[in-house]
Design a protein around this ligand. Structure first.
Ligand SMILES: *Cc1c(COP(=O)(O)O)cnc(C)c1O
Length: 231
């Protein structure tokens, strides 16, 4: 399938999921995850009108950002090592993987130096899988409350990754769980502004995520395709 055909195919499936859930399709935004593809393919994604680009490692993203950083909006979606904050800050408008206090403190420090406010998603390990990063649901409220006082960090929402399931329907409790956590945090008024966004859903499970309230889906293989192996 060509990129154009893949974009159309994904668009139709997103619209159908929105319709099933009674949601407006404008409320679901797509991040094209380019981590599996070359600089040329990433440029082609931008040429086709996709605006949001997702990368999960600075080592792989650097040459793409250097060439294309002034086009599109860049999202850092992978686990972020504290010593890499200096590389990504000011370049990625959104960081989807805030999962610990030491990282929050480093982001605050570096954002303050650059006089910017870093938009972040707090990553939650809803499924409880040991291999997954993220705060536990129990740790989340007190963490959010503390970070809300950091002047250079804007928490825009929550992010999670569901386990890969042969039957995507089985991911539903994970996505529903993230939505309920967001609603609970908002009900408790723990943040300056209510949290609006849910970053959840990948190629295998984005339709279920949309039905459960995703506002950002992160799509790699189904949308951008895969041409190089990413570790
Ligand atoms: C790779 C990756 C994606 C996209 O994965 P696909 O299954 O190819 O859509 C989404 N989110 C994160 C955090 C990723 O690392």
């Amino acid at each position: 399938m060509s990129l154009e055909a893949r974009i159309q195919h994904v668009k139709e499936r997103i619209e159908a999921a929105c319709q099933r859930a009674g949601r407006a399709k404008e409320d679901v935004r797509v991040i094209a995850v380019t981590k599996y593809v070359s600089l040329e393919a990433t440029e082609s994604v931008l040429d086709h009108g996709l605006v949001h680009i997702g990368e999960n490692r600075w080592q792989n993203a650097e040459h793409k950002w250097n060439a294309l950083g002034n086009r599109g909006v860049w999202h850092f979606i992978g686990h972020l090592q504290t010593n890499k904050v200096k590389d990504v800050i000011g370049k990625f408008e959104y960081i989807h993987s805030l999962d610990r206090m030491s990282l929050a403190e480093e982001l605050e420090k570096k954002a303050a130096l650059l006089d910017l406010r870093q938009k972040v998603f707090v990553q939650v390990n809803v499924s409880g899988e040991e291999s997954k990063y993220g705060l536990s649901p129990e740790q989340l409220p007190s963490f959010i409350k503390k970070i809300s006082n950091f002047p250079h960090i804007d928490i825009v929402g929550l992010m999670t990754m569901a386990p890969f399931e042969g039957n995507p329907e089985e991911t539903r409790p994970v996505f529903k769980g993230l939505r309920e956590l967001r609603d609970e945090i908002n009900a408790q008024g723990l943040t300056r502004e209510p949290l609006k966004h849910l970053s959840m859903g990948m190629s295998n499970d984005f339709e279920v995520a949309i039905e459960e309230g995703a506002t950002w889906v992160r799509l790699g293989s189904i949308l951008v395709g895969k041409e190089e192996e990413s570790r």
